[in-house]
Ligand binder design. Structure first.
Ligand SMILES: Cc1cc2nc3c(=O)[nH]c(=O)nc-3n(C[C@H](O)[C@H](O)[C@H](O)COP(=O)(O)OP(=O)(O)OC[C@H]3O[C@@H](n4cnc5c(N)ncnc54)[C@H](O)[C@@H]3O)c2cc1C
Length: 314
């Protein structure tokens, strides 16, 4: 990276960041991608991806991201395996810091994603992609006629559970309290669904499973009753974590406009943020669809918006 200045810096290396990088690289803008703490983004924690167009037989998440990175690098995009810890968008060129190191850019594309909140259990990590998932739209299909659990009591959990009834034979919502946080309409929809059961006042202590011929598979969870602390094993083929998402936007607070949850706001039908020259794409602007292909789509939009904006500056 010459003298730490770039025409375009892309923060984030998921499908949105790599697509933006691919387009900007092919336009000879030599974009620099800061890959952050999760190089390749969220798809690196899953196994089979069957709904990304172009892969008839599906592809493993980490492999898909590796291909996207190589495709962007082929045209001159450069990856820096660091996290941006601070930004100053008050003047141009924009200043971005990775701890003590400073970088400047004429335009910035924010593609930092929104991480699914997890329970924080070691066993949850162990079986992630092997029964445990944080995305029903993505993985529900793998649980045809099987028994699955959804943990959470908010809208995300109700929505995931309702969606999963299209595939699974039985869906049990596990929640730590008696009352649900979800909106009445979402609760009612879930409660009326004959395939959905509720298991309340329970917390998940552990995900359990087996390993056969080197292949892991979850078989259930150990739950603890929050009132009398009794424990039991609940058998299931899958566990969906439905406790919400956190957009990765802490470093932009006070500079980029965001909603109550922290999703960045962009001008309608564009990727323009409230700061001219700073664009945003992918899950960080999208609380609704959250798919690799939609992230790639808005990544393309951000690269074209940035390219045209830079051209107009010259
Ligand atoms: C378990 C699981 C399975 C999924 N399966 C599918 C599927 O089958 N099909 C599908 O379409 N979608 C799936 N999804 C959803 C999909 O992964 C996301 O919609 C997509 O990855 C969003 O892309 P993104 O580029 O916006 O962000 P992300 O993929 O979240 O990437 C964000 C990037 O930003 C970086 N970053 C964050 N903060 C900083 C910082 N301060 N400095 C530098 N870098 C930073 C991170 O390191 C990361 O590289 C799944 C998600 C999960 C969790």
């Amino acid at each position: 990276m010459a003298e730490n200045h770039s025409k375009i810096i892309i923060i984030g290396s998921g499908p949105a960041g790599f697509t933006a990088a691919l387009y900007n690289a092919r336009a000879n803008l030599k974009p620099v991608i800061f890959e952050g703490m999760q190089p390749g983004g969220q798809l690196t924690i899953t196994t089979e991806v069957e709904n990304y167009p172009g892969f008839e037989n599906g592809i493993q998440g980490p492999e898909l991201m590796d291909v996207m990175r190589k495709q962007a690098h082929r045209f001159g995009a450069e990856s820096v395996y660091k996290e941006i810890t601070e930004v100053d968008f008050s003047k141009r060129p924009f200043i971005l810091k990775s701890n003590d190191e400073e970088y400047t850019a004429d335009a910035v594309i924010v593609a930092t994603g929104a991480s699914a909140k997890l329970l924080g259990l070691e066993s949850e990590q162990k079986y992630m992609g092997y029964g445990v998932s944080a995305c029903a739209t993505c993985d529900g299909f793998f649980f045809k006629n099987q028994k699955v659990l959804v943990v959470g009591g908010g809208d995300t959990a109700m929505e995931e559970a309702t969606y999963l009834t299209n595939h699974a034979s039985e869906v049990t919502i596990i929640h730590r309290r008696e009352g649900l946080r979800a909106s009445t309409i979402m609760q009612d929809r879930a409660k009326k669904n004959p395939k959905i059961k509720f298991y309340l006042n329970k917390v998940i202590n552990e995900v359990v499973g087996v390993e056969e011929n080197g292949v892991k598979k979850m078989t259930g969870v150990i739950v603890e009753d929050t009132r009398d602390h009794s424990k039991e094993e609940v058998k299931a083929d899958g566990l969906f974590i439905g406790i919400g998402h956190k957009p990765n936007t802490d470093i932009f607070k006070g500079q980029l406009e965001m909603d109550d949850v922290g999703y960045l706001k962009v001008k309608p039908e564009s990727t323009y943020t409230n700061i001219e020259g700073v664009f945003a794409c992918g899950d960080v602007i999208d609380s609704k669809y959250r798919q690799a292909v939609t992230a790639a789509g808005t990544g393309c939009m951000a690269s074209l918006d940035a390219e045209r904006w830079l051209e107009a500056q010259e």
